[in-house]
Design a protein around this ligand. Structure first.
Ligand SMILES: Cc1cc2nc3c(=O)[nH]c(=O)nc-3n(C[C@H](O)[C@H](O)[C@H](O)COP(=O)(O)O)c2cc1C
Length: 205
């Protein structure tokens, strides 16, 4: 598939068939994610694929529990927002697989030359590790399309970060960053409205 076609076909998919996913495809997606650029080529990531139904359900239950504990406003709107958050955080339980991107803090060469803490350096450079993770995540999404799957990037499950890390045995120095739900799409993936090019592009000559 042409790159342009893949980019244009990619759309978030949240509804999946029961068809299981070939573990080799998951591994290939992780391999391609690992080809992404990262600050100083640190490659601060690891990718954990979950295909076990029970584990997926356990993760979703931990998220639902955590969301139910968040102090919320008393209104019909608030109730709807809360329900929406739960759905958009847990729909992956209906997916055949979930990839977690985990990251370890990487020391930069800048730390050797400046009297600044790693946190100050990260902030100064606008969190390069997270930017690197974004590049890897996009590689997963595009690879999913190219391999015939649908996928959705997910950050809202992180509401229950501590609990999820416990279930997935993610231990220090690793940190859970984001998920991608992947499977065969149940619906025809439709690209959402995007801003027109003239609104998002300018050139400084
Ligand atoms: C950083 C990030 C986090 C996201 N987290 C979630 C999420 O937790 N749940 C969800 O349903 N969609 C999530 N999405 C998907 C967005 O809602 C989706 O990309 C956006 O609505 C645009 O639609 P499209 O992906 O089809 O172009 C996330 C996307 C990004 C980039």
């Amino acid at each position: 598939m042409e790159l342009l076609d893949v980019i244009q076909r990619r759309a978030s998919v949240r509804s999946f068939t029961n068809e299981s996913i070939n573990p080799d495809d998951l591994k290939e997606m992780a391999r391609r994610a690992g080809l992404a650029p990262s600050e100083n080529n640190h490659q601060p990531w690891k990718f954990i694929a979950v295909t076990n139904k029970e584990v997926l359900e356990k993760l979703a239950a931990a998220i639902s529990q955590k969301i139910s504990e968040i102090p919320s406003l008393e209104s019909k709107r608030a109730y709807l927002v809360k329900s929406q958050m739960e759905v958009s955080s847990t729909f992956f339980k209906g997916a055949p697989s979930l990839i977690a991107l985990v990251m370890t803090p990487s020391e930069t060469i800048w730390e050797k030359g400046f009297n600044l803490t790693p946190e100050e350096l990260k902030k100064m450079h606008n969190y390069p590790d997270l930017q690197s993770a974004g590049a890897a995540m996009q590689n997963i999404l595009l690879s999913a399309v190219e391999l015939g799957y649908g996928a959705c990037w997910m950050s809202s499950p992180l509401t229950a970060k501590t609990e999820l890390e416990e279930i997935l045995h993610i231990e220090d120095p690793w940190d859970l960053i984001a998920f991608v739900a992947i499977g065969k799409s149940n619906v025809e993936a439709k690209q959402s409205n995007k801003k027109p090019i003239d609104e998002i592009f300018e050139i400084i000559n």
